[in-house]
Design a protein around this ligand. Structure first.
Ligand code: UDP
Ligand code: MG
Length: 332
């Protein structure tokens, strides 16, 4: 029997783009269905990530128009990674395969055919990998390339040029659910789950409408999250660097002692100042990096929920259900 596919789409303030891209996703499900690759029970699952605009209303309208559209809403904005996770965890018990994709039309939905084919041939994870970034601005391209290189250098293994456009089978999602970390970096986590995987390349287009939510500051935050949640290499680098500085200082001490003993000590104010400034700067950076890890430990120990779903399109609306509440209370 053809597998049931859920396309999981995080949406944050996407009222401009959603009405344009939603029919494209539906069309894709229809064509995959017609080709007999997925079953008619397949769905387009929108995850509203606490949008402040009309995104949730649009999702509800879509759900009313066609049964293939469904949606869940997070109780507040929790960021892209958590929105994707919420959708995947919701979908894992309802379908056989999920494909997560952004809702802005930047990722070529036609790559889904090849992804589903790879699944049918036995792969449990299929990474969508960008073949070109010509449509991105030079700045976005350079920072994004730097992002992957830096991650790799810091010991966080991620698939090069792969964002969060990927197929994951329900089997893998059930294992992924056991990775309970609050510091979420799905790109690094999915390869850790294992199973047979492959990649499909596609070219990335421009955003159809609206604006990117990933300015440089958020990209840096994502990189720091990725590195600190996947690798302790920065801490090792600090240790190595500390050892190097200690060695140099030891040589310096010897040199100072010999110079003093030979009676040639000169008052070197400038060199002292430079050394003090440099070493204290290095120490502060090292403390900052260690602090980053301690902060992560702090957040992990609290074990707060990673997402909270407040509404679903296939349940009675909370607002509408309010009318029933007095009756429910009366029964109790
Ligand atoms: N997104 C989200 N929560 C956020 C920020 C973004 O769910 O806090 C969604 C957004 O709606 C989009 C996807 O994540 O579907 C990627 O965001 P965007 O297109 O702004 O990032 P870019 O493609 O520029 O890296
Ligand atoms: Mg985008």
């Amino acid at each position: 029997m053809a597998p049931k596919l859920y396309i999981v789409i995080p949406c944050y303030n996407e009222q401009e783009v959603l009405p344009i891209t939603a029919p494209m996703f539906l069309e894709k499900i229809r064509s995959l269905c017609a080709a007999g690759k997925v079953s008619d029970g397949s769905r387009v699952l929108f995850v509203n990530d606490g949008s402040r605009d009309r995104t949730w209303e649009i999702i509800q309208e879509l759900a009313g128009q066609d049964e293939h559209y469904i949606g869940i809403s997070q109780s507040r904005n929790r960021g892209h990674q958590n929105a994707v996770l919420a959708g995947l965890m919701e979908a894992k018990d309802l379908c056989d395969i999920t494909i997560s994709i952004d809702c802005d039309g930047q990722d070529d939905i036609n790559a889904m055919d090849a992804m589903v084919d790879a699944y049918l041939e036995g792969c449990d994870v299929v990474y969508g990998v960008r073949s070109s970034r010509e449509t991105d601005s030079f700045f976005k391209r350079a920072t994004a390339q730097g992002f992957y290189k830096f991650l790799a250098a810091m010991g966080a293994e991620v698939v090069y040029n792969h964002a969060d456009y990927r197929l994951i089978s329900a089997r893998v999602l059930k294992e992924l659910a056991n990775f309970k970390e609050v510091n979420l970096f799905l790109r690094g986590l999915v390869p850790l789950v294992g199973f047979k995987s492959t990649s499909v390349t596609y070219s990335r287009a421009e955003r159809i409408a609206g604006e990117s939510h990933y300015p440089l500051s958020k990209m840096i935050a994502l990189a720091v999250d990725g590195i600190t949640s996947l690798s302790v290499r920065p801490l090792r680098l600090i240790t190595g660097f500390g050892a190097l500085v200690a060695l140099v200082s030891f040589i310096g001490v010897l040199w100072a002692l010999i110079t003093a003993l030979m009676g040639r000590a000169v008052a070197g104010w400038a060199s002292m100042t430079c050394i003090v400034c440099f070493v204290s700067g290095v120490q502060l950076i090292c403390l900052g990096i260690i602090g980053e890890y301690i902060g992560k430990i702090y957040l992990e120990t609290k074990q707060r929920p990673r997402y909270i779903i407040s509404r679903r399109t296939w349940e009675p609306e909370q607002g509408a259900a309010g009318a029933d509440r007095p009756a429910e209370k009366a029964e109790n």
